[in-house]
Design a protein around this ligand. Structure first.
Ligand SMILES: [Fe+2]
Length: 150
């Protein structure tokens, strides 16, 4: 069983964002499995660096999506991303400097880092999108065109 398993309850409902979250799950699992398999710090550093880089890209993309859908908590969410990114970045710096001892707590931290953010904050965005879709139902263009001809 994977260290971090994807669950339906983590779905935000935006295909790209869900795919990116799953990719982040994969990186955290890779980091965990390589460590358990006895990989050296250099190999772990590479995975952590990929996690840092991919998180940055993912956060940017998520923030653009929020902006495009006029999410009112956009600024607050950006601040959360910034704090998450800095924590992750510091972790990678410590690993590169040889001052990080990777243990069970490190893995648990990474798992919680992602899962808690998705459950608490990304799903709030998901709720907002659902409410917004209900409030502005898509116009049925066929019906609109037919009544214009009458
Ligand atoms: Fe987010």
């Amino acid at each position: 069983m994977a260290f971090l398993s994807w669950r339906d309850q983590y779905r935000v409902g935006v295909t790209d964002i869900d795919q990116e979250h799953r990719y982040l799950f994969g990186l955290i699992n890779e980091f965990h499995d390589k460590h358990r398999g006895g990989a050296d710090d250099k190999a772990l550093e590479q995975i952590l660096n990929r996690l840092v880089q991919y998180s940055e890209e993912h956060f940017r993309h998520e923030e653009e999506t929020m902006l495009a859908s006029e999410y009112p908590l956009h600024a607050e969410h950006c601040a959360l991303h910034e704090a998450l990114f800095m924590t992750l970045f510091r972790l990678s710096e410590e690993l590169a400097a040889g001052s990080l001892r990777i243990d069970r707590d490190t893995h648990r931290f990474l798992r919680a880092w992602l899962v808690q953010h998705i459950l608490k904050h990304d799903l709030a965005f998901s709720d907002y999108l659902a409410q917004r879709a209900k409030a502005t139902p898509a116009i049925d263009h066929n019906t609109a065109a037919a009544s214009a001809e009458e």
